[in-house]
Design a protein around this ligand. Structure first.
Ligand code: NAD
Length: 481
């Protein structure tokens, strides 16, 4: 069923327009998606506001039980979710797609659980006649805008947390991941969520997403995507609360006492998992000079282990890039790196097959002002530089204004601690890959960089989707001044 989901109904775009859903492993269309516009977004906003009146009054325990029901349907239909992830994103069916589909229900269970223990407080105060209590209340209608790279997982970072707190939702996915969003909406519908509580409109972000952002009928904006889009949303959202999960350019620092052979598989996985299309990827690697050659050799050996190919084949571990824009950006970054002094040591091109594939690639000795150092590549490139002093590594690291995740490898606790505290990223992992996160943990960028605003994860998302209401109860005489 390839339709949008508004007010509990499956529907086409009001204009009747559609666009092609593309299979990136073949570069060919596999279906049609409704091309929604502003009028569809407005219908969704009206439905969400109407549903808000009743949904916010449904007891929290019932809203929590509804999230568990949705989780159960997501679990039961996980093979369908994995199939669409493979078709629409080219995620290897037996590895990455199965993993994401199997984990899709987790945040729905986390939200269901955590909301029950999301306590507010009574507050002591100076005035002996007053009693002050705080309560969490829903914000109203929450806009949710999601990217294409984890189209089953990332909606779960917002939708269950919003609805369990009594909000209703207007959701638009990235156009190249809309079929997966429709599959999730089918599961939500099957679980029996009342109409209008979650509304899904597919179509261009600059129209559907923009309407969800500017329309006074929505009351908060949660978005995962690029810093460029977040800047546009910031100029359009007015005073609405915003939560942004944006790009990264994760530095990985390997100190002189690390064991290059032991850690190469973890670092390569941080570069190549999901064909490098993860915000928490290792995008730049700084290895102590004494370990350079051994580490580069180990990384090249690891590169050979990643099997790029048909995503339905059970031996495939790396699928295609999502679209030609991503492929072109990888090409541009690689060309720039080599033009500014880097050496290509593995991969470096598109393989000879249809679709949007790129070989796992290793380069060394990139320049501080190269694009791979300064911007997120979002592809399977492992850029490696060596350093003789910490200062030398810092010069490169600080030349970039992104910092979502980072990693440090060393057995020296003091140095690990110092690096972890000083790296400007929301998460620093010591002695493992950069991709560690669980749905109850805080995740996001820091105030000094462009990787995000606020935190998702467990009670942090609950915080974002809620207003803290203070009630002051007077036991004395009415006041006068
Ligand atoms: P994108 O910024 O192009 O699009 C993100 C979403 O915004 C899409 O749904 C798009 O349709 C919508 N959009 C586009 N223009 C809009 C506008 N004017 N108004 C409102 N909405 C608009 O990002 P993408 O290419 O889909 O995703 C890749 C990016 O997402 C990367 O930078 C990646 O690092 C980031 N990302 C971050 C996290 C995180 O948790 N920090 C997780 C995954 C991806």
């Amino acid at each position: 069923m390839n339709e949008m989901y508004i007010d509990g109904q499956w529907c086409a775009a009001q204009s009747g327009e559609t666009y092609d859903a593309i299979n990136p492993a073949l570069g060919e269309p596999f279906g049609k998606i409704p091309k929604g516009g502003r009028e569809d977004a407005q219908r969704a906003i009206a439905a969400a506001n109407e549903a808000s009146e009743t949904w916010r009054k449904v007891p929290l325990w019932e809203r929590s039980a509804m999230c568990v029901k949705i989780a159960e349907v997501l679990d039961r239909r996980q093979n369908e979710i994995a199939d669409i992830l493979c078709t629409e994103l080219g995620k290897p069916r037996h590895q990455e797609a199965a993993f994401e589909a199997g984990d899709t229900s987790t945040p729905w269970r986390v939200a269901a659980e955590q909301a029950k223990y999301f306590e507010a407080h009574t507050k002591p105060c100076q005035d002996p006649a007053k009693r002050v209590l705080t309560f969490w209340q829903p914000r109203g209608v929450v806009t949710v805008i999601t990217p294409w790279n984890f189209p089953a997982a990332i909606p779960g970072e917002y939708l269950p947390f919003a609805i369990v707190m009594g909000n209703t939702v207007c959701w638009t996915p990235a156009p190249t991941a809309a079929a997966t969003a429709i599959k999730l909406a089918e599961c939500i519908h099957e679980a029996g969520l009342p109409k209008g509580v979650i509304n899904l409109v597919t179509g261009p972000g600059a129209e559907v997403g923009d309407e969800f952002v500017v329309n006074p009928g929505t009351h908060a904006v949660g978005m995962t995507g690029s810093p460029q889009t977040a800047r546009i949303i910031t100029t359009r959202a007015g005073l609405k609360p915003r939560l942004f999960e944006l790009g990264g350019n994760g530095p990985v620092v390997i100190l002189p006492d690390a064991d290059p052979k032991k850690i190469a598989a973890a670092v390569a996985s941080a570069c190549f998992f999901a064909a490098g299309q993860v915000c928490s990827c290792a995008e730049r690697i700084f290895v102590a000079d004494n370990l350079k050659q051994e580490f580069v050799d180990a990384m090249v050996a690891e590169t050979d282990k990643w099997k790029l190919g048909d995503p339905w084949d059970e031996n495939t571990t790396m699928g295609p890039q999502n679209n030609m824009g991503v492929v072109e950006k990888i090409g541009r970054h690689l060309e720039d790196a080599v033009a500014t002094g880097a050496t290509l040591v593995a991969g470096g091109k598109r393989p000879d097959r249809p679709g949007f594939f790129w070989e796992p690639t290793v380069i060394t000795d990139f320049a501080a002002n190269s694009l791979v150092n300064q911007e997120e590549t979002f592809g399977p490139i492992a850029p490696i530089n060596s350093f003789r002093s910490d200062e030398e590594a810092w010069t490169f690291i600080k030349a970039c204004n992104l910092g979502l995740t980072s990693a440090v490898f060393t057995q020296d606790v003091n140095r690990a601690w110092k690096w972890a505290e000083e790296l400007d990223s929301g998460i620093t992992v010591v002695n493992d890959w950069t991709h560690f996160w669980e749905h109850h943990l805080p995740f996001g960028g820091t105030a000094r960089n462009d990787s995000g605003l606020g935190r998702i994860g467990g009670r942090h998302t609950l915080d974002f989707v809620s207003n803290l209401k203070t009630i002051v109860f007077n036991l004395g005489e009415p006041s006068s001044f």
